[in-house]
Ligand binder design. Structure first.
Ligand code: HSE
Length: 435
């Protein structure tokens, strides 16, 4: 049988890894796919000498690769919204299958891209876009297809997790760890995407659509990053038996779908609380299977290439399959997507960690607890730290029981307006991840 010809767009960290893995494991891959898979063309501005480019026709014009009639599958590893969107749409228009690691593209333009692909009967595969090497999309779309997914929670940004881990374990400085993550090729081209939660929000948007069969709605995802997390909060959380992780959480409730990315306290006894460094993990709760946990490298050259190449093999295997009978892009048939609303953040329900600076005098705690009580907020645990030498304010740290976010906002507004409270209240959401 004729080899399958791949056109690669981008030879950076992931593109280079993809070329190397496809070359190194060529025989094994051909045995799995039933045909030889060969990168015949690649477009890149620069080529890293460590990348195996033998047999690849190189150029610097990605559109030339997309428009080359010899190429069967386009692998888009340029990243970003543009020109990735035009390239992918052009490839589809040309009747080519597409594999991409571009979560930003899928989260923002996936609805349009899948519709175009559906019309042309081609596949768009994007496993590498979420949680690097972990086959979470395949697990959700196929392995858990019998279940109603109730919720999922994931550590889905390797850079952010690497930063939080190094801060906790080694007391390292935020900027210093970020620079290391960039040097290791983990961080996005714009690292604010990692530290402000945008990358995780892209990935969560995709996971939620596949879990619940709803269109991609990146603009409705609540997004908060790790840039305001202090060592103090990390330490207090530990004293209370919790770890702070940057989590993407999506949950189906009677009223709608929660879709949120933010720093979160998790009980330290949970496996997912012990996922450190650049590793990712996604915990999925299905009605039939119960909880399942998926763990692995969430970023990096060959771990991400592992998912890209698996998608290429998948596409190669299904190229002859009736387009109407392929696994749908978003797991549910395109005409069966539901319009379940995404809940505004004010309506989500969760527990909270609160830290505030209070005047060190009698009655202060009573004023704070009165406000919490008025909002129906129950305190689960509390620590009070004496003022540091030369200071007049004491730190109060509280864990609360679950409450709707709007009531917590109201309580925080009330507490911050008290004369005895200095500055803002720090609020970090807390998830027990047990139901
Ligand atoms: N910047 C991303 C991360 C790369 O750190 O997880 C993988 O998507």
């Amino acid at each position: 049988m004729k080899p399958i010809k791949v056109g690669l767009l981008g030879l950076g960290t992931v593109g280079g890894g993809t070329a190397n893995v496809l070359a190194r494991n060529a025989d094994e891959i051909a045995r799995r796919a039933g045909r030889e898979i060969r990168i015949t063309h690649a477009a890149a501005r620069e080529v890293n000498p460590a990348v195996n480019t033998s047999g690849i026709e190189l150029c610097d014009d990605a559109f030339a690769v997309v428009n080359n009639p010899e190429v069967d599958i386009i692998v888009e590893l340029i990243g970003g919204y543009d020109p990735a969107r035009q390239l992918v749409l052009q490839a589809i228009e040309n009747g080519k299958h597409v594999v991409t690691a571009n979560k930003a593209l899928i989260a923002m333009h996936g609805n349009e891209i899948f519709e175009a692909a559906q019309k042309k009967g081609v596949m768009v595969a994007f496993e590498a876009g979420v949680a690097g090497g972990i086959p979470i999309i395949k697990a959700l779309r196929e392995g858990l297809a019998a279940n109603q997914i109730e919720w999922l929670a994931g550590i889905i940004n390797g850079t952010g997790n690497f930063i939080l881990t190094e801060m906790r374990d080694k007391g390292r400085d935020f900027a210093d760890v970020l620079a290391e993550a960039q040097a290791l090729g983990y961080a996005e081209a714009d690292p604010t995407f990692d530290v402000e939660g945008i990358d995780a929000a892209h990935k969560l948007t995709i996971l939620a659509s596949i879990a619940f069969g709803v269109p991609l709605q990146f603009e409705k995802t609540y997004t908060e990053g790790i840039s305001k997390i202090t060592r103090e909060d990390v330490n207090y959380a530990e004293q209370l038996g919790y770890r702070i992780k940057h989590l993407g959480v999506t949950r189906k409730t009677d009223k709608g779908i929660e879709l949120r990315v933010h720093p979160t306290l998790i009980p330290e006894r949970r496996l997912i609380a012990n996922v450190d460094g650049v590793m990712n993990a996604v915990l999925v709760q299905g009605d039939a299977v119960g909880p399942t946990l998926y763990y692995g490298a969430g970023a990096g050259s060959e771990p991400t290439a592992s998912a890209v190449v698996a998608d290429v093999i998948d596409v190669a295997r299904t190229m002859t399959v009736d387009p109407e009978n392929r696994v749908p892009h978003l797991a549910f048939q395109p005409n069966a997507l539901s319009d379940t609303p995404v809940l505004p953040m004010e309506q989500i329900v969760t527990a909270y960690y609160l830290r505030m600076q209070a005047a060190d005098r009698p009655g202060v705690l009573a004023e704070v607890t009165q406000i919490l009580g008025e909002q129906g907020i129950s305190i689960e645990a509390m620590i009070q730290k004496e003022p540091k030498e030369g200071e007049s304010v004491a730190s109060i740290i509280m864990l609360t029981q679950r409450i709707v976010e709007s009531q917590m906002n109201e309580a925080i507004r009330g507490i911050e307006s008290l004369d005895v409270i200095a500055g803002d209240v720090t609020r970090i959401r807390l998830e027990h991840l047990d139901r």
